[in-house]
Design a protein around this ligand. Structure first.
Ligand code: ARG
Length: 590
């Protein structure tokens, strides 16, 4: 990526600058062949950074590690110590640290570069199923996908959000047939079966009613099957009802997306039906290429390393023996579309871990077809389960699936109670908004802070706590900084005097603020938002230590105060930006 205007790199981090200095010293004291070796500079408990490059290179260079380290240290000049068998303990000069703080605080982007500039990245996330309500199973994909979309976009990627809605399949025959027979049913919860207390939405209700009639009445079941054929052959009145179903469901999904504050809109919808028109073409192409072959009348792709429990190969079915297509075929058409039409450089599928095999087969087939080349990166961004109380599968008391909206309502209600139970300065109108920001933020943070491949337990009480590694703790830390800054209206200029000595707590905080850009780059590479969560938590704790050790309002001089205010502003802005990239709002007060 070209760094035409300097923005791709941003403000270079202290770790990089330190590594550059070690590299310069290496060039001076070692033969040219070692000039490009990694200087192995890492954060350290013994100094700001440590390099063990002398230990790793000594043998090859025919030197004693300790001697080489001494030579490098002499060449480096600045605050450096040689310890143990030849470690270089590197301390960044106070002045350099202050200059770094000044450079970041003066920049809107806090010195974060555009490392993903121009990289077209398709993110497939959320993807609920039409005519069914969003349930707990859709929480993680929606939250993780959204955080990744925000981080990658911030780093300059051209993000294309794709909501792969489940909007096609045989169940639509039943639903449409039911709507035809009961035009009055539509979306009224009043039509729910006897005994249903109305906790189920109208959409789920329609599904249940249709299912019940399908199971009870063979004549209806027959008509429903014929309705599938009519839908597939493009019968207009049937399509009209299908569109109505899709539209109503999308409205219901949008209510949840707005409540959650995720970026998805109807413009991002590209459901399974989008790819219907390519299915014949794709299956013929696969057949012609010899990548798929006939197996009992079906067109199948086989894989060397994919076998069932009986040891027999498990195929990806491209075309069923009755000529029909399924979920797999749709995903083949989808990946081809994303590569050839959307011209993606990177495609992320934020989908639960149980679909790992499906994606392996889809990616492998796409590779064998030549659609997927080295130039395109595809990743199944897999995640674990959300578990219910006691770490068990999440079910309602009656054994049903848990509605997403109920979980969110619960978290918001608990957040509100938690905020109300403490002394606060919120106005009554503000409480509503802040409770929602805190409750939703809590749910998102609990999800994102768990390494995504692990399961976690949905525990609303713990999530909304002001203590511990929670979204509310971080939002609160941010409000504390905002409140300090409100008391210093005159100190907004961001003047930093680099000649002042640096307190250890100031140093620790400043070095952490300097790691923001690197952390974001790591999230972009690994697609692991929990790294950003861990970083922000460490930053908030370092701020607490700093604030205890270094008075800001009552600093010993104007100049000291100005430097500390700059640190407060940088920390506050970093917390706000980082939380924002996780999709978490930052209220001014709570
Ligand atoms: N609708 C699917 C489900 O609920 C998820 C779709 C994921 N994306 C994809 N391209 N297959 O399981």
């Amino acid at each position: 990526m070209d760094d035409v205007d300097g923005s791709a790199v941003g403000v270079r981090g202290l770790q990089e600058l330190t590594a550059d200095a070690v590299t310069r010293a290496m060039r001076a004291v070692l033969p040219a062949e070692f000039a490009d070796a990694d200087p192995l500079v890492r954060r350290s408990d013994h100094a700001d950074f440590q390099s063990n490059v002398s230990l790793s290179l000594a043998k090859r260079a025919g030197r004693k590690p300790r001697e080489l380290a001494d030579q490098l240290a002499a060449e480096l000049g600045g605050p450096v110590e040689v310890s143990g068998p030849g470690f270089l303990n590197l301390t960044v000069p106070d002045e350099t640290v202050w200059r770094q703080v000044a450079a970041r605080v003066a920049d809107d982007r806090l010195g974060v570069g555009n490392s993903q500039l121009g990289r077209r990245t398709v993110i497939d996330y959320s993807a609920p199923n039409i005519a069914k309500e969003m349930h707990v199973g859709h929480l993680r994909t929606t939250i993780i996908g959204d955080a990744l979309a925000r981080v990658l976009d911030h780093l300059g990627a051209e993000v294309v959000r794709q909501n792969h809605l489940g909007d096609w399949g045989t169940q639509f025959g039943m639903l449409i047939e039911y709507l035809r027979a009961h035009p009055e049913a539509r979306w009224r919860a009043a039509d729910l079966p006897e005994g249903d207390t109305g906790t189920t939405s109208a959409l789920d209700g329609l599904y249940k009613l249709a299912r019940a009639e399908f199971d009870a009445d063979p004549g209806f079941a027959d008509r429903a099957r014929r309705r599938v054929v009519a839908l597939q052959s493009g019968d207009e009145p049937t399509l009209a009802l299908w569109r109505e179903l899709v539209g109503e469901s999308e409205k219901a999904f949008q209510v949840i997306y707005d409540y959650l504050g995720v970026l998805l809109t109807p413009d991002d919808s590209a459901g399974e039906s989008t790819y219907n028109r390519y299915l014949d073409e794709v299956s013929e192409e696969i057949e012609r290429a010899g990548v798929g072959r006939d197996s009992q009348g079906a067109l199948c792709v086989f894989f060397d390393d994919v076998t069932g429990p009986d040891g027999n190969p498990v195929p990806l079915i491209v075309r069923k023996s009755d000529g029909g297509y399924g979920y797999g075929t749709t995903d083949l058409a989808t990946i081809r579309y994303r590569i050839q039409e959307l011209k993606a450089h990177r495609i992320l599928y934020v989908v639960g871990a149980p679909q790992a095999l499906h994606f392996r087969m889809v990616f492998d087939t796409a590779r064998r077809m030549g659609w997927l080349t080295e130039d395109v990166e595809v990743v199944h961004v897999a995640f674990g389960n959300v578990l219910g109380p006691g770490g068990k599968m999440f079910k309602t008391r009656s054994g049903g699936t848990v509605r997403l909206v109920e979980l969110l309502d619960e978290a918001v209600a608990k957040a509100r109670a938690e905020i109300e139970s403490k002394p606060h300065t919120l106005l009554p109108g503000e409480l509503e908004t802040v409770a929602r920001q805190a409750g939703i933020g809590a749910v998102k943070y609990a999800d994102l802070s768990t390494s995504r491949t692990k399961d976690y337990t949905f525990d609303a009480d713990r999530m909304v706590s002001f203590n511990g590694n929670t979204g509310v703790y971080l939002q609160y830390a941010h409000t504390r900084i905002r409140s300090i800054l409100r008391k210093l209206p005159e100190a907004g200029a961001g003047q930093v005097d680099p000649s002042l000595p640096l307190h250890p707590a100031e140093r620790a905080l400043a070095l952490l603020t300097d790691e923001f850009a690197g952390t974001l780059a790591e999230v972009a590479d690994t697609l692991e938002p929990h790294r950003l969560c861990g970083y922000l938590f460490a930053l908030a704790k370092a701020f607490t230590d700093f604030y205890e050790a270094c008075p800001v309002l009552r600093a010993e001089s104007e100049a000291v105060r100005a430097n500390r205010v700059a640190l407060c502003r940088l920390t506050g802005a970093t917390l706000a930006s980082g939380l924002g990239l996780l999709g978490i709002e930052t209220p001014e007060r709570m």
